[in-house]
Design a binder for this molecule. Sequence first.
Ligand SMILES: NC(=O)c1ccc[n+]([C@@H]2O[C@H](COP(=O)([O-])OP(=O)(O)OC[C@H]3O[C@@H](n4cnc5c(N)ncnc54)[C@H](OP(=O)(O)O)[C@@H]3O)[C@@H](O)[C@H]2O)c1
Length: 442
Amino acid sequence: MRTFKIGLFGLGVVGSSVVSILRKNQDLIYSRLGAGLEVTHAVTANPAKKREISLEGIKVSSDPADILDNPDIDIVVELIGGITTAADVVLRAMDAGKPVVTANKALLAEKSREIFHKVYEKGLPIGMEASVAGGIPVLRSLKEGLSGENILEITGIVNGTCNYILTRMTEEGAPFAEVLADAQRLGYAEADPSFDVDGVDAAHKLAILVNLAYGTMVPYGDIYYEGIRGITPEDIAYAGALGFTIKLLAIGKLENGRVEARVHPTLVAEDHLLSSVNGVFNAVFLTGDNVDATMSYGRGAGGLPTGSAVVSDIIDIARNLKLGIPAKIPPLSVIRECLAERAVMPIQDISSEYYLRFQVRDQVGVLATITRVMGENGISIQSMLQPSVSEHPDEPVQVIITTHRARESDVQNSLKTLEPMEFMAGGTQLIRIERFQPELKD
Ligand SMILES: NC(=O)c1ccc[n+]([C@@H]2O[C@H](COP(=O)([O-])OP(=O)(O)OC[C@H]3O[C@@H](n4cnc5c(N)ncnc54)[C@H](OP(=O)(O)O)[C@@H]3O)[C@@H](O)[C@H]2O)c1
C-alpha cells in the first residue's frame, strides 16, 4: 500500500487534531483515497512540550529543514499561525516542489500576492479550506460546486466569537464587556480578543472569499472592517423592534469591476436565514446568477472541525499525487492568465440602508432639523422610532432613523453637519442594514 508522508508544522489545537483524525479515520481514509496518510515529521516551537496526543511514530523537532529538505515528505501542512515564519515555510515548501495545506487566513489574506504568485508559478496544489469557516467546506463550494456561477454576493457570519457574543447580548440584553468576559472564561474568546471582536479575523476570511469568487488578489489593507465593541444592548433591542437582528457580517460583491469587501455589524431582517445563525456557529450565504441563494452552516473553529477541513485538503492533494497530475483546480479559481487586478471599493462609495441612533436633547424642531439635513444630502428616511422621552429635560432622548438606500459618503456628510449642532447630546450610532439579492422563488 502506498503511504503519503506528511510533514506537519505545529502541534497546537489544529495540528494535534489533524494527527488524531488521521489516526481515528485511517481505514475510512484508505477506502476513499486508495492510499495511506501518515504524519512522519512535526516541527514545533517547543518540541519537548508535553502533548495530549501520542506522538509515537512522529519525529518532532524545531528545525524546519527536517521537513522542507526531506525528500521523503510528500505534503507539507502549515499550522503554526502568524505570518513571517508561516510565509517562509509555505514558500520554501513550494520551492522544494511540495504541495501545501494551510489554515492560516492571516497569511493568505495579508500575503496573498507572494503566496499565490508562487503557487501559480509552481503549478502545485495548495489546500486552504480550513482558513475560512473552519469545518464548513465553503471554499470548495466556491471553487468546484459553484464553478459555473457568477457569484453575485457573499455574505458570511465567519467569526464565531463575535456571533457568540452578539447572540448572548441579544438573548440576555447584557452589555458587550460582560458577555466578552464570560466568553473568555468559557474559552470562546482569546485573552486578547481584538483580532476577533475588532473584525480583523473576519476581514482576513473575507479577503480569501472574494479572491476566490472574483479570481483576484485584493490588497488586504483596503478592506474596510469594523468590530462589535460599539454595539449596545439598546441597539439590539431597537433593531429587534424594527424587525432586525444584529450580526457581524463579512460582505463581498463585484460592482463595476471593483470588489466591494467590508466587515461590520449589520442589521439583518429577522426572517432571513442568517438571523437564525446563533452562538459560535458560522454560515456563508452565497448567491449565484443561476443557482440563486445557497447557505452553508456549521462550526467555524475548534480543533476537530478545522482539522477535518485540513484532512480533506490532504486527501484531495494525495489524490492528485496518486494520479501524478498537477493541481487540477486553479488556486484562486481562475487560470493564471485570467487573474484580474481588482481594486476594493472605498467604504464611502458603497450604497446601503442605514440604522442611525441619534442622542439628542428634547427640544422643539430637532427632528425637523435632522430630516432636513438628511434630505439636503439626498437621503430619504424609511422609518423613525423614538422609544422613550425622558421626564428629566437634561437626559438625552434617543431617535432611531432607518434610511432608504443611500450612499455612505452622503450619510457621513449629514452626520458631520449634524454633530456640532447644539441639540446633539452624544455620538451617533451608525449600523448598516443589508438587504439580500432576491432569494429563490417557488
Ligand atoms: N484553532 C482554531 O479553531 C482555528 C480555526 C481556523 C483556523 N485556525 C488557524 O490554524 C492555525 C493554527 O492554529 P492553532 O489554534 O492550532 O494554534 P496553536 O494552538 O497556537 O498552535 C500553534 C502551533 O504552532 C507551533 N509554533 C508556533 N510558532 C512556531 C514556529 N515559529 N515554528 C514552529 N512551530 C511554531 C506551536 O508550537 P509549540 O506547541 O511547540 O509551542 C504550536 O504547536 C492558525 O493559522 C490559525 O489561524 C485555527
